[in-house]
Design a protein around this ligand. Structure first.
Ligand code: AMP
Ligand code: MN
Ligand code: MN
Length: 327
């Protein structure tokens, strides 16, 4: 962290980027770090390839996030947030890879330690908790706008303080953010209480698609492109649905297969692009499973992308259940 701080003191033009299909921690870390660097007179660009999910647009600063990069040569530094690999930022990975200094700030267990400098703590509950630490060590000021982003990142990445990554820091940092002026009800209302009707209808279809392996240890839900179009929903509306499959008693691993919309028009055969989300009850390391398919994540929450036939994918996933030990 010392080297990162020394470097940031001298850098002038900084590109900040986070992963595609951003969650609350991705956006929270992008915005909190961006607002902080601006406050100490750095020129910043906040980049995310995917649109900002509607539920996060209340965060002050989201209007600064752009989805294009015009000239890469002007940046002396790129900070990559909440990404286990540089590829997670999407199609601009090679271009961003040309920035002279790359700083990797993340908490995924599968982090590849890419970049010039790394601030990677895999036992941290969220990347926003690392941003909090960085600002604190720098002696910086956390204003109310920054506090909203840090709070939201920790709240969402811990599943509202329920997931196994929840620790003392989660509460201590969030308590401090509340003392700075964050209203927990406003955050909860925006993040969990403003779903479109389509999203609730999508939940209905997701629950209807539920399949359980013969030994009861694996649950699987499937969302197709047509379900998204029928309910007029976007990939962002899929976020969180897997938790219903994870809640079932005796289930050790929950899987959500979701077909990428608009990614399939050029594919003439039955193969399609899917995002596969994996969750475990803690007894199985799903990051290892995701890594087998070139994905990544955490021990209890991971994912990967695959182009395949749905029936083959389902068979492979259900076969995984046989390997889940008893007890
Ligand atoms: P998701 O299933 O998309 O909610 O993601 C669960 C966790 O796995 C998150 O921490 C993601 O950052 C990570 N993850 C998801 N998809 C990928 C992927 N294709 N490659 C690497 N990590 C991923
Ligand atoms: Mn994330
Ligand atoms: Mn995260």
């Amino acid at each position: 962290m010392k080297k990162i701080i020394q470097h940031l003191e001298n850098s002038k033009q900084i590109l900040l980027a986070t992963h595609i299909e951003p969650d609350g921690d991705a956006l929270g870390s992008l915005i909190s770090m961006g607002l902080f660097l601006e406050a100490i007179n750095k020129k910043t660009t906040l980049y995310c390839e995917s649109p900002i999910p509607a539920i996060y647009r209340f965060l002050p600063g989201t209007e600064r996030v752009v989805s294009t990069i015009d000239s890469i040569s002007k940046y002396d530094t790129a900070i990559i947030l909440d990404c286990g690999s540089l590829q997670r930022i999407g199609k601009m990975d090679e271009l961003v890879g040309r920035v002279p200094t790359i700083i990797n700030i993340d908490h995924h267990i599968t982090n590849s330690y890419f970049g010039t400098y790394q601030f990677v703590e895999t036992d941290s509950c969220a990347t926003t908790a690392l941003i909090y630490k960085l600002i604190t060590v720098l002696g910086g000021r956390i204003d109310k706008d920054i506090a909203f982003s840090i709070y939201t990142g920790i709240l969402t990445d811990t599943g509202s303080f329920r997931f196994s990554n929840t620790n003392m820091d989660s509460f201590a940092i969030c308590e401090e953010m509340v003392s700075i002026g964050v209203d927990p009800h406003i955050v909860a209302q925006n993040v969990y209480g403003t779903y479109s009707l389509g999203r609730i209808k999508l939940l209905n279809l997701a629950l209807d698609s539920l399949e359980i392996s013969r030994n009861g240890k694996l649950s699987m839900m499937t969302l197709t492109e047509s379900m998204l179009s029928k309910t007029d929903t976007q990939p962002e509306d899929v976020d969180g649905l897997i938790n219903y499959a994870k809640r079932i008693e005796d289930v050790k691993v929950a899987v959500l297969l979701s077909e990428y919309p608009n990614g399939n028009s050029r594919l003439s055969n039955a193969k399609r692009y899917y995002h596969v989300s994996l969750r475990s009850d803690g007894s199985v390391d799903v990051a290892k499973i995701a890594a087998l398919f070139e994905g990544g994540g955490h021990k209890t929450a991971a994912g990967f992308d695959i182009k395949t036939k749905l029936s083959d994918l389902k068979t492979d996933i259900l076969n995984l259940s046989e390997k889940l030990s008893s007890g």
